[in-house]
Design a protein around this ligand. Structure first.
Ligand SMILES: Nc1ncnc2c1ncn2[C@@H]1O[C@H](COP(=O)(O)OP(=O)(O)OP(=O)(O)O)[C@@H](O)[C@H]1O
Length: 231
């Protein structure tokens, strides 16, 4: 269970509050107007940005001051996921061990993760030698390998075509089911939310609301969401 306990997040004039709980193993979309604070909220959970007030708890344990690398989560962005100068295998190895040494047992696990992500035999390539979709797969393979309890997704598949995006979302859902992962996914596409996330956190008007049913939220959007959806 992820708890955001009376969080106040401030950034210049921007202010966002969040007081909510996400059950362990839930798949939750984070949607709301541009600039509402979705990415900032994920940054606070990941530990890249400190809230002004309040606490972040995982399974009741206060992780507010925990270093990003020691938090029980992986995060995927639209870009900046892979180190361009390292091979795919070494990029994945960094997910297992920050020193990046590839032990023999790790090699087997890495190859298995690559196969799962549809990248068999591509471990020696640099990210620049992969297509955009293959780079997304490699980043997802690294998250799969890390097997952290939480997966934060910040529009990671936005640049992909519809078929590839659907495939990647399917892979996320499969991994999340198998590993019992709690998924929080920022998306600008309501259909992504419907496809992957039964629950949604609406971020609008300075507040991140507790998760609510995705279907009924999108079918009956409040005014703050209606304008954004163009509904
Ligand atoms: N470094 C910064 N200093 C001050 N304000 C910032 C900074 N970075 C972002 N902001 C502001 O914080 C607010 C939240 O930004 P954030 O990127 O979290 O929104 P978002 O909901 O993810 O937007 P989008 O959907 O457009 O990606 C915005 O109003 C933005 O202008």
């Amino acid at each position: 269970m992820l708890t955001l306990d009376n969080l106040i997040i401030e950034q210049g004039d921007f202010r966002l509050s969040a007081d909510l709980t996400i059950p362990a193993g839930a798949r939750v979309a984070v949607i709301g107007p541009s600039g509402a604070g979705k990415s900032t909220l994920l940054s606070v959970i990941a530990g890249f940005f400190a809230a002004t007030q309040g606490r972040v708890l995982w399974r009741g344990e206060d992780i507010t001051q925990t270093d990003p690398g020691a938090r029980p989560l992986s995060i995927l962005f639209q870009d900046q996921n892979l180190f361009p100068h390292l091979s795919v295998t070494r990029n994945l190895a960094l997910g297992l061990n920050p020193a990046g040494k590839v032990a023999a047992t790790d090699r087997t696990r890495i190859e298995t993760a690559l196969i799962r992500a549809g990248l068999e035999g591509m471990g020696a390539r640099k990210p620049g030698q992969l297509s955009g979709g293959q780079q997304s797969r490699a980043a997802l393979a690294r998250a799969l390998l890390r097997a952290r309890p939480m997966l934060l997704l910040d529009e990671p598949f936005a640049a992909l075509g519809p078929a590839l995006k659907a495939e990647m979302l399917g892979l996320v859902a499969q991994i999340a089911r198998e590993q019992g992962t709690t998924v929080l996914m920022v998306s600008h596409d309501p259909e992504d939310a419907r496809a992957l996330c039964p629950q949604t956190v609406l971020v609008a008007d300075g507040v991140a609301l507790p998760p609510q049913d995705t279907q009924s939220l999108l079918d009956h959007p409040p005014p703050s969401l209606r304008a954004y959806l163009g509904a």
